[in-house]
Design a protein around this ligand. Structure first.
Ligand SMILES: C[S@@+](CC[C@H](N)C(=O)[O-])C[C@H]1O[C@@H](n2cnc3c(N)ncnc32)[C@H](O)[C@@H]1O
Length: 211
């Protein structure tokens, strides 16, 4: 058992050392390799502008928030939420809590009621069990909850970007997001490992029902 686990972690270490994005993140003292996924989606989609207010869901350790803060500059604001602690980042307001907890959502509602929200980015993923029938619905639920929340809070031209998993739940996820937003695209940035089921949905202009 121990040998199997150490062989697995040896393989993981080897893959990390070979990975150009891991090396680049280390060289530039970035907090995560994930930041390159956001950067590549941004290069295609032009997500950020100086002065934008951004909500980063599932932000720890803070790579995406660092990138967002550098893009929105001093005139914008980044709010970063995670159930794990995030070391302070200049220009980023950190909220510690679970996005699926009502008091945390109430705190977010309160903050967002005072600003115009331009962009919601979510790299959230549930704790994976390795059992597809458990992981896929859990991921689907996170995307549905965050897309619904984003559509209620974003400005008219607002954009929602979220990680999801291709697989059994993907059609439902895409349908739900398409009901909430006027324009929906899927992106697989080069930095996302080809074998990984992850993909990113980019949705624009929330459909405000009853307005
Ligand atoms: C892949 S990491 C995010 C990496 C981040 N984008 C970066 O560049 O540093 C996913 C994060 O989602 C968080 N997460 C997952 N489910 C969550 C939830 N329900 N509420 C808050 N955070 C959650 C995890 O704690 C984890 O830190």
């Amino acid at each position: 058992m121990g040998t199997k686990r150490s062989a697995k972690s040896h393989a993981w270490n080897q893959r990390q050392n070979k990975d150009i994005y891991v090396r680049e993140a280390r060289a530039r003292s970035l907090r995560s390799r994930s930041v390159f996924k956001l950067e590549q989606i941004d290069q295609k989609e032009r997500l950020f502008r100086p002065g934008f207010n951004v909500l980063d869901l599932g932000a720890a350790p803070g790579g995406w928030s660092q990138y967002a803060a550098s893009k929105v500059r001093d005139s914008g604001q980044v709010i970063a939420l995670d159930r794990l602690e995030i070391d302070p980042i200049p220009g980023v307001k950190v909220i510690l809590g679970d996005f699926l907890d009502s008091p945390v959502v109430a705190e977010l509602n309160d903050i967002l009621s005072k600003i115009t929200l331009h962009l919601v980015i979510s790299d959230m993923a549930p704790n994976l069990t390795g059992i597809k029938d458990v992981d896929q619905p859990a991921m689907g639920n996170l995307v549905t909850m965050s897309a619904t929340f984003a559509s209620q809070h974003l400005s008219e031209q607002g954009v929602f970007v979220a990680k999801f998993f291709e697989g059994a739940e993907a059609q439902n996820v895409k349908k739900t997001v398409a009901r909430l937003f006027s324009e929906v695209r899927v992106r697989k940035p080069d930095a996302s490992r080809p074998k990984s089921a992850e993909n990113y949905i980019v949705a624009r202009r929330p459909i405000k029902v009853g307005i």
